[in-house]
Design a protein around this ligand. Sequence first.
Ligand code: CTP
Ligand code: CA
Length: 225
Amino acid sequence: ETELMVNKCLQQKNVLVSAGPTFEAIDPVRFIGNHSSGKMGYALAEELALQGAHVTLVSGPTHLQAQHKNIRTIKITSAKEMLNECTQLFPAVDIAIMSAAIADYTPVEVADKKIKKTESEFSIALTKTKDVLAELGKLKKENQLLVGFALETNNEVENAKAKLDKKNLDFIVLNSLNDKGAGFQNDTNKITILDKKGGIEEFDLKSKTEVAKDIVHKIVSLLHA
Ligand code: CTP
Ligand code: CA
């Protein structure tokens, strides 16, 4: 009975999910990246599709492949490409979940030939990328739900709350890197959900598939409210 209600709720909904890392090119053979595996975003896409949603998954470089027929995957590489795809897709979706680990800084310029080593020290000038989630927060309409993530190692709840407010989100999923077995390259995650009404819910360490169910459940409860 509950399952049926849940299914109905996401049926016909268009959802945008971002996943994975971004790679910021330094030269033709090097980049700045991060350890995001993409597992959390792909698990979210599968769970949403299983519950009847039409999902567009904008994914940075990963070895994962979405399985469900209602998931359309768009592969991107850089933070700039992530921004372009997401801002273009956002107006047509009911729900957006930004689980990608998007680079905060990118090289000012990309060398067109491989950079050669010399005897001296070497540094790369970096410039700030646009915060995709914050941009979507500015575009958000009354009937849209926007969900973000926060990766923190200290002052977790306080930092996550600040991101929730600043980026105009409906809720934020706080990812604790402190806990053994949680985060980035792992198959498990330990999350806390903070919503804009001040609600806060802490979950146990569990598989990313199970975590995806908790997050989708929160979305469904907000759609009902
Ligand atoms: N994010 C984004 N665009 C960026 C950087 C981050 O959309 N250029 C999004 C991520 O997808 C995530 C959320 O912002 O949903 C939080 O990312 P996080 O790295 O925890 O926060 P930042 O705001 O980047 O702050 P900081 O890294 O300084 O903690
Ligand atoms: Ca960041």
